[in-house]
Design a protein around this ligand. Structure first.
Ligand SMILES: [Zn+2]
Length: 341
């Protein structure tokens, strides 16, 4: 085996005056959480792990699919073929290029009942999610605990990022008191350019590094948005909390008090997610049980089962995604038939 000389791994970054040897030591001692490891989460995790952030906790409940590969830079075709959970696939990929840092993958949804545990001990939270519900949950937790977080989003050719430093800057609820109403665009409806993702994530990762090395005076205090296709760019001042803000003014944190996701939800096109069962499932046993009904395969993390016209993805915690229907009653009865009640 060839031994790599790794002492100079960070040499080019240490040469950068804004970081230096002291900054690099601070990065090594840093602990950050990345919530959601899709497109933006992948890019954030890749940049920060290569930069030498010492501990990175990756929280994501989804598994890798072929349609992810266009923009989710930590995953490959083998991950999609195996339907690996994104958190696990990301941890494996990062370990191959930086084995000197700690990656803590959690295959989970961030919800009010687990947020304390999943974000405990972190210095900074990075948003890699794709929904406002989870972002408000992160915002409530961060403001309540005076923990900084960085909002990052991308859809179509558009990207946006905001640093939230509780007590100093505006929070997400200062700027958007309510979630966007009605139908708003998602990657599934508007498509997405991988370059918009990477630009938004690059800016957020830079802000994260500034914060972690102590260059707080360099942190951007605006909501920055851009459109890489239309050549537009906008900034909205976010340098102080909005008086009367529900979260940072009144300390009202409804998302923390919430009960989390509903037990059954539509997810994506033509599929239903069922997460009402909280009993663990033995995937090997389930595989044997389903064999007579149709093709099935499983690994330690996930089971896939095909039963025309349906396809079920089942996780060890009992959560399932049933493709081939948008009817929740149909999905429930299929779940009962395949997995049990
Ligand atoms: Zn606020």
């Amino acid at each position: 085996m060839i031994s790599l000389e790794l002492d100079d791994r960070y040499s080019r970054q240490v040469l950068f005056p804004g970081i230096g040897a002291e900054g690099q030591r601070k990065l090594t001692a840093s602990r950050v959480a990345i919530v959601g490891c899709g497109a933006t989460g992948s890019a954030l995790a890749s940049l920060l792990s290569r930069a030498g952030v010492g501990t990175i906790r990756i929280i994501d409940r989804d598994y890798v699919e072929p349609s992810n590969l266009q923009r989710q830079s930590l995953f490959d075709e083998a991950d999609a073929t195996e339907s690996l959970p994104k958190a696990i696939a990301a941890a494996r990929k990062i370990a191959a290029f930086n084995s000197q840092i700690v990656i803590e993958p959690h295959v989970a949804d961030l919800i009010p009942s687990n947020i304390e545990t999943l974000l405990e001990g972190m210095h900074l939270i990075l948003d890699g999610t794709d929904n406002f519900e989870t972002r408000y949950l992160i915002n409530d937790f961060a403001v309540k605990n005076s923990l900084p977080w960085i909002y990052t989003a991308a859809v179509g050719s558009y990207g946006v990022t905001l640093n939230v430093l509780p007590g100093q800057t505006a929070c997400l609820a200062c700027i958007f008191p309510n979630p966007p109403q009605g139908v708003f665009e998602t990657c599934e409806t508007a498509g997405i350019l991988n370059s918009a993702v990477n630009l938004a994530a690059s800016i957020s990762a830079t802000e994260a590094v500034k914060f972690l090395v102590g260059a707080e005076d360099r942190l951007r205090r605006t909501l920055l948005s851009f459109d890489v296709w239309c050549n537009e760019r906008a900034e909205v001042a976010a340098d102080r909390p909005r008086p009367g803000c529900r979260a940072c003014g009144q300390h009202d944190f409804p998302y923390l008090a919430g009960t989390g996701r509903p037990h059954i939800t539509l997810c994506g096109r033509n599929s239903v997610q069922i997460h009402e069962r909280h009993r663990p499932v033995d995937l090997a046993q389930m595989s044997e049980r389903l064999k007579p009904l149709g093709p099935v395969r499983h690994n330690d993390f996930v089971l896939k089962f095909w039963h025309e016209p349906y396809e079920m993805t089942l996780f060890p915690d009992g959560r399932a995604i049933i493709k081939g229907t948008t009817d929740t009653a149909v999905a429930r009865s299929l779940y009962a038939r395949y997995v049990g009640t």
